[in-house]
Design a protein around this ligand. Structure first.
Ligand code: DUC
Ligand code: ZN
Ligand code: ZN
Length: 463
């Protein structure tokens, strides 16, 4: 019997704190040795990573696979979505199990477990989106935090999903008491509702009115309100898909006073601006997502927020819909376009190309943002999120010398477009390893459907 199931040789290991050259020995799904030189005769499988980076597997804490939404269902399921994620260097996702009205949280989890069971190529966990709160649901939250589901999402907007501030407050108080974390989709429902109805009444139905109906003040107000409710509850809070500088200023102000407020942004808010809505014909619908794309000054501010650590995570909010057959439900009016866009596969390549290569963030910050912080915040650290002895052998071998232009054909997301068509990429993941098993090998899928396992999470950290 060999001492190692796998040895990765000569790679440049990058963690949130260090960059160094060493070999990695893997046994029984775990990293068991990191040394200057490991004898490859002792290994069943040897992978040469010369001139390549070895990152901890990336963690995407915001995906919507197989999700009923906007009169249709997001087009990637747990099979296609996790394959695309693995190609992109993501080894763990945390998806959202969404409670239907009148339903228990456990029922929502049962439905989402059934969607994922036997399909995933990479590991996964679930946040629970609470849409219908009462005392029993509060009791369930308590129980579920202990059972490995410590994070909950509340929508402050979207008819049918949204909750009021009383629910936000109750959830925050409970999470504070029991060691859970509340995440919010923060936009002001009433501002948006007023503007959507006004534009529709005036016959302003083009996709660009989606963005105009969701101005930054709607996000700013809701982020500011959520932070204040969290401050009152003395609870940590995580703001999902933050998109504008006013909201970032609220987060920064709170963090500078020592409040446990954390926030993520997504590649689309760093790299795509509102001019996209002017693309010809119905093409602006590709970018109909919430919050919407913003003007370039906001993009600049978000990069600075990442650099200074005021934003801790980049996730994708991957929520794909086909332009033909799904987005066109809103052909006659922007308010019927399913909200969301694909992005699960390009997160590392985009952030490396436009963050690390342009020196907006360091290589260590890149790892922190895509892997270490998500693991810490959501209760997976140090099992995941770093390269150290005893951690799961979730590893990405990344070739920084590859140069490509993004085309839809390059990708594995189940969609008929990518918002990043034509983007120049420097650096791509070539090999993705999940718990010691190679899932993507030199750019080819070799993993097994159903290998990905459900992760119970605990011990959340504030970063
Ligand atoms: N925003 C989107 O664009 N899609 C899914 C849900 C969300 O909040
Ligand atoms: Zn959201
Ligand atoms: Zn989302």
């Amino acid at each position: 019997m060999k001492a190692y199931d796998m040895v990765i040789k000569n790679g440049i290991i990058v963690t949130a704190t260090d960059v160094y050259k060493a070999d990695i020995g893997v046994k029984n799904e775990k990293i068991v040795e990191i040394a200057k030189e490991i004898d490859s005769n002792n290994a069943a499988n040897v992978i040469d990573a010369t001139d390549k980076y070895v990152f901890p597997g990336a963690i995407d804490v915001h995906t919507h696979l197989d999700m009923p939404f906007g009169g249709t269902v997001s087009s990637d399921n747990f099979e296609t979505g996790t394959v695309a994620a693995a190609y992109g260097g993501t080894t763990t996702i945390i998806d959202f199990a969404i409670q239907s009205k009148g339903e228990s949280l456990k029922k929502a989890l049962e439905i989402w477990h059934n969607k994922a069971q036997g399909k995933a190529f990479i590991d996964y966990g679930f946040h629970i989106a609470i849409t219908d709160m009462n005392d029993e649901i509060l009791d369930e939250m308590k129980e579920l935090i202990k059972e490995g589901y410590p994070s909950f999402k509340l929508f402050m907007t979207y008819e049918g999903l949204r909750v009021n501030d009383d629910v936000l407050l109750k959830a925050l108080l409970l999470a504070k008491e029991e060691g859970g974390l509340i995440c919010v989709h923060a936009e002001n429902f009433y501002i948006i509702d007023y503007l959507v109805k006004k534009f529709v009444r005036e016959g302003k139905t083009h996709p660009k009115f989606h963005a105009l109906s969701r101005p930054t003040i709607a996000e700013w107000e809701a982020v500011s309100r959520a932070i204040k409710v969290a401050q009152f509850a003395n609870a940590p809070l995580y703001i999902v898909h933050l998109s504008c500088m006013e909201a970032l200023k609220e987060v920064t102000y709170a963090r500078n006073r020592g409040l446990p407020i954390m926030a993520e942004t997504c590649p689309q808010y760093l790299l795509l601006s509102e001019e996209r809505y002017e693309e010809e014909g119905f093409n602006g619908a590709k970018y109909v997502m919430s919050p919407p794309l913003r003007s370039s000054e906001h993009l600049q501010a978000l990069w600075e927020g990442l650099k200074c650590g005021q934003l801790q995570v980049v996730s994708t909010d991957h929520c794909p819909f086909f332009l033909k057959g799904q987005k066109d439900l809103g052909k006659d009016s922007f308010d019927k376009i399913p909200n969301g866009a694909p992005g699960i596969e390009l997160r590392l390549a985009l952030l490396f190309s436009y963050g690390v290569m342009t020196k907006r963030i360091t290589l260590q910050q890149f790892v922190e943002i895509i892997s270490t912080n998500p693991a810490k915040i959501f209760g997976l650290y140090p099992q995941k999120g770093t390269v150290t002895i005893g951690s799961d052998a979730d590893l990405v071998i990344f070739d920084p010398s590859i140069e490509k232009r993004v085309t839809k054909e390059l990708l594995h997301e189940n969609d008929d477009y990518t918002p990043y068509e034509g983007f120049k990429i420097t650096g791509l993941p070539v090999t993705t390893i999940v718990r010691g098993k190679v899932v993507i090998k030199d750019g080819k899928l070799v993993g097994q459907k159903g290998y990905g396992k459900f992760l119970k999470r605990k011990n959340l950290m504030v970063v």
